[in-house]
Write a protein that binds this ligand. Structure first.
Ligand code: BTN
Length: 242
């Protein structure tokens, strides 16, 4: 990882660029990083606010040898690595909001978007897009409530290069284990980093809402929610609101 880094001062989206490079045959571990994105992409078709110099906007290209079904868990793996990297650098209680948002208290500090390309039994490539809000900035009105940056919560100026190195070092160190054994070895750690048990949430599933509390994730990375009537349900995909 990191032996092939493509840097842009400004680009539409590192994610789009990484797809383009992947199609051209770029190698496993290629990283696309930018100081500014003019059309950053978020999960579920949303956009991602990526102001100049205010965060780390990067996409990692992987060429793993697992199937489509195993792939979504890599995003949970990446969120553990990123959470631990930020916790160890700054000693703050960052938590994971399932599946892969990083929160400090009520503010979202980072998000991860994983996209894949290939066939059911074998993916050709996978791109993990990571956005980390490092520096204070003026968020648009609709994000004000929810978005935050690291700088607001630590008593120092976050160094983007330091975060990047720590993350990549830990990602590389643990990737082989994930590749061979999947999510199982990381399952306990993920649960420990998850937003606290009992946190009230709303699960949005296409047109319906389910009210409940976080219980944890299972070995597949599915979210277990305790509904208001005490019933436990599994959430495989979708979005939760705290
Ligand atoms: C989310 O919705 O929480 C995921 C956000 C992912 C944003 C990152 S920033 C780098 C990469 N390039 C993009 O256009 N999006 C991802």
């Amino acid at each position: 990882f990191g032996s092939n880094v493509v840097y842009f001062k400004s680009i539409d989206s590192t994610q789009t660029k990484a797809h383009e490079l992947a199609r051209q045959g770029a190698k496993h571990g290629t990283i696309v990083i930018a100081n500014e994105q003019t059309n950053g992409k978020g999960r579920l078709g949303r956009s991602w606010f990526s102001n100049e110099g205010k965060g780390i906007w990067m996409s990692i290209l992987l060429r793993p040898s697992f199937s489509y079904n195993e792939a979504p868990q890599i995003t949970l793996f990446a969120s553990i690595i990123l959470t631990n990297a930020l916790r160890s650098l700054y000693g703050i209680d960052i938590r994971i909001k399932w599946p892969n948002d990083l929160y400090f208290e009520k503010k979202k500090i980072a998000g991860i978007l994983t996209e894949m390309h290939g066939e059911q039994d074998q993916i050709h490539y996978l791109i993990i897009g990571i956005g980390i809000n490092t520096h204070k900035t003026k968020y648009p009105l609709e994000l004000k409530q929810k978005a935050g940056s690291l700088e607001e919560f630590i008593n120092q100026n976050p160094k983007r290069i330091e975060i990047l190195c720590k993350f990549l070092e830990q990602f590389e160190k643990n990737y082989e284990l994930f590749h061979q054994k999947g999510f199982a070895p990381f399952f306990d750690e993920y649960n420990q980093l998850l937003l606290k048990k009992g946190t009230p949430i709303v699960v949005t599933q296409s047109t319906s809402f389910i009210y409940g509390q976080i219980y944890g994730v299972d070995e597949n990375g599915y979210l277990i929610v305790k509904k208001e009537n005490g019933e436990m349900i599994k959430v495989v995909s979708g979005d939760i609101t705290i």
